[in-house]
Design a protein. Sequence first.
Length: 272
Amino acid sequence: MMEENKKKLTRSDINKTMFRWYFSTEISLNYERMQSISFTYALMPVLEKLYDTNDDLKKALKRHLELYNTNCTAGGLILGTVLAMEEEKANEGTITDEAIIGIKTGLMGPVAAFGDSFSAGTLQTLCILAASTLAAGGSFFGLLMLFLGNFILMCELVLTTNLTYVKGREAIKDVLSSRLMTDVLEGANILGMMMMGALTASMVTLATPLAVTFGETKMKIQDNFDNLVPGIFAILVLFLFYYLIGKKNISISKVIFGTIITSVVLSFFGIV
């Protein structure tokens, strides 16, 4: 009889939670609670289904409004775990509020590191770079690559959420600590660096019209640099951006506006 009274989440419940989380992750981002409002919003239909009394529902909403911040799609590893824990808590009452909060806050850092490096830093970046290259060449396939990037990330969210919901809390530890995942991350980082180098050489251009005259001989500085180290100016620009963003912690928006202003000034004086 007790088995019949148990509340069970359906496939529709899990899908609704995933889509609400995916499309609201960055909307309510704030410095006080980060993504907690979005996470709570995603869980609300499930929590309303699991908890019958207003007091239990209020406690559930309150514990999920604690500070939370992680990668959206890899965050499915935590989302699926929380769904399983909330379901067990509603039916058995053996899981404490502190246990659920502890799982979220304890894993959001490692999951964010995995997601930011592999999902956002590699998969999504490669799709965006490919889309930019195709678009610059006048191909409509660039738009297709943008959709492909989002489709891949959505598939990742579906897989990670369902994996941890079905397998339970131990699954996330196995995923993050497995040798295969370590190899995948290392390979993705290598591939990403290769793509960045190739795209820098093909898409970043910087040349100077400056020349030096010796009597009747005119020597172009750009030609000499191209003979010695082709693309040296482009690679120097890349390393400069890396230094400013990675070492000096200058925001990307400042780098972009600084680049525009510097380019206009140097072009005005005929340097580039």
